[in-house]
Design a protein around this ligand. Structure first.
Ligand SMILES: Cc1cc2nc3c(=O)[nH]c(=O)nc-3n(C[C@H](O)[C@H](O)[C@H](O)COP(=O)(O)OP(=O)(O)OC[C@H]3O[C@@H](n4cnc5c(N)ncnc54)[C@H](O)[C@@H]3O)c2cc1C
Length: 509
């Protein structure tokens, strides 16, 4: 930026919200030599990523793990965090589903699919017929439930897709959009006419890509691809395959292996390292209340009780949850354009971390955890076997089970008191995993608005975000309501926004 006296002024950017999206955007802007100030409303950075350590038990408030990708690997290297990473136990591939109050392993191979007790013979035959189902001819957004019922029948919806969706979105397949929540699976139908055919061809392409990589002397490890259509649908949900990146991944398998990871001291390691890398630029307890433009600059006001506290910036990155926009004073046209964003639905979720004496739980807990189909009518949406997944989550001879309650399915249960939620959940754990005594450790977090729902018609939200940015040069909207809900999606989105901001600032010189 050229000053009136001919000198150059360093370009400044405000990032609003110090969740993973905002922190990554700020970190990346810093790396590109741009001055950043991060305004965070609460008294801590990290947003929903937070870890508590109590008496040897580790409790995650929000995400417990995430899947790596090229952007995540790059970030871990920049922050020098590789030594702190813990990979999920390989047993984590085993995921249990609940059917008639029994835990049944989810089938991961075609033979296991044929032999499983999870699906009836009729449902298995229906899955085998999937290649014969015609491509959808109707246009317009389709719900996940309609897509899965149409291609694979109602049982796959109830016992494969619905529980995985609860495990990630805490959402309702009847309302989630196939195109926005599962672009990767939808693209299989679009490109190949069938999920089974598409998966087979993708596996073939993946093998060829691996062979080429080996011939070129590059890493030959490839991302695992699903072996059955039911698994593809469920796996896509499990990986929260929301962003366009996932569709691209389906089209061109990556030559690097993605890993399910956390950190020795929990997920907060990542956001703490990001905050530290920003070297004092994160201002906690500073909710942004007002945003407006004066000439080419953006005015950001964090004043309280009518007292203004305004700072000018060359650009602003809004990395708050979608609903936070409604609490801010915004320029008139922006308020109008961003209305669909403010209305994005975030159902409530309770996270309950329970520590038991090992001897008090009969089940071996040998897997990622269990997911509960809605038709089973339990309180628990899903549970992670946290001590089986990662080391050092509990004192010796203890186990941790992290349970999720509520979501779109039963929002009223998420809002219950700690005592009520613990009582309900422990009652179910007695039958499901043989937890015969009360937990010795309990940690309850209530998220009134947990995860954005990419519902049918979500294009309106995306169009509103694009239009808001187009009408307000220098303003950028990020966060998990835009490019995917997983931590990996948010990392990629933060990096991508930083690139866009840098291009804008360069052009504005
Ligand atoms: C219970 C739960 C479990 C999850 N599990 C997983 C998982 O296992 N794996 C996975 O990959 N993903 C998981 N997710 C999803 C993932 O964690 C989130 O999508 C992601 O962390 C969101 O990051 P974000 O930066 O977009 O938003 P947030 O983390 O919500 O951060 C937004 C920040 O903006 C701040 N803010 C709001 N208004 C203002 C204002 N006016 N001024 C300044 N600051 C403001 C907020 O205080 C907050 O700190 C889970 C999410 C939840 C809730």
């Amino acid at each position: 930026m050229t000053e009136p006296n001919g000198g150059t002024r360093r370009r400044t950017v405000a990032v609003v919200g110090a969740g993973i999206t905002g922190l990554v955007a700020a970190h990346e802007l810093r790396r590109r030599g741009i001055d950043v100030t991060v305004f965070e409303a609460s008294d801590h950075s990290g947003g929903v990523i937070r870890t508590t350590h109590t008496d040897g038990f580790l409790a995650e408030h929000g995400p417990n793990s995430f899947v790596t990708s090229a952007p995540v690997d790059a970030l871990l290297a920049q922050l020098d965090l590789q030594g702190d990473v813990v990979e999920a136990n390989p047993d984590a591939n085993r995921r249990y589903l609940v059917r008639q109050r029994k835990l049944v392993p989810f089938p991961l191979t075609p033979p296991a699919m044929l032999g499983t007790r999870l699906f009836s013979l009729r449902a298995k035959l229906r899955v085998l017929m999937e290649p014969l189902v015609k491509r959808r001819t109707a246009t317009g957004d389709e719900s996940v439930a309609s897509f899965v019922r149409r291609r694979m029948g109602p049982e796959v919806l109830d016992y494969a897709v619905d529980p995985f969706i609860s495990g990630i979105f805490a959402g309702d397949p009847e309302r989630l959009s196939m195109a926005h929540a599962f672009p990767r699976v939808q693209s299989l139908e679009e490109r190949y006419g069938s999920l089974s055919k598409g998966l087979m061809l993708q596996r073939r392409d993946a093998r060829r890509a691996a062979a080429t990589a080996r011939a070129d002397g590059r890493s030959a490890a490839l991302e695992e691809t699903a072996a059955t259509p039911a698994q593809a649908a469920a796996q896509a949900a499990a990986q929260a395959a929301v962003p366009a990146a996932a569709a691209a991944q389906a089209a061109a398998p990556s030559p690097t292996r993605s890993r399910l990871i956390s950190f020795i001291d929990g997920m907060q390691t990542l956001t703490d390292a990001l905050e530290a890398s920003l070297d004092g630029a994160v201002r906690l307890g500073c909710p942004v209340r007002l945003l407006h433009r004066e000439g080419a600059r953006w005015m950001v006001d964090t004043g309280q009780d009518g007292a203004a506290s305004v700072q000018a910036f060359d650009a602003v990155v809004m990395a708050t949850p979608a609903h936070a926009l409604s609490a801010m004073e915004l320029p008139g046209d922006m308020r109008q354009l961003s209305r669909p964003i403010e209305n994005v639905e975030y159902p409530p979720v309770s996270t309950l971390t329970l520590g038991f004496r090992r001897a008090d739980v009969a089940h071996p807990l040998d897997g990622f955890g269990m997911l509960v189909p809605g038709v089973e009518r339990e309180t628990i949406l899903g549970a992670l076997f946290s001590t089986s997944l990662f080391p050092d989550r509990a004192p010796a001879d203890h186990v941790v089970i992290t349970c999720f309650v509520g979501g779109s399915r039963t929002p009223e249960l998420a809002r219950e008191s700690t005592e009520q939620v613990v009582r309900r959940v422990c009652h179910e754990l007695r039958d499901l995993v043989g937890a015969s005594a009360a937990p010795v450790f309990t940690h309850h977090i209530f998220w009134p608005r947990a995860i954005p729902q990419y519902t049918v018609g979500y294009q309106t939200v995306k169009t509103a975000a694009d239009a808001t940015e187009a009408a307000n040069p220098g303003l950028y909207l990020g966060g998990n309501y835009r490019n995917g809900v997983s931590v990996g999606d948010c990392v990629a989105s933060g990096q991508q926004i930083a690139g866009r901001v840098e291009r804008y600032l360069t052009q504005a010189v």
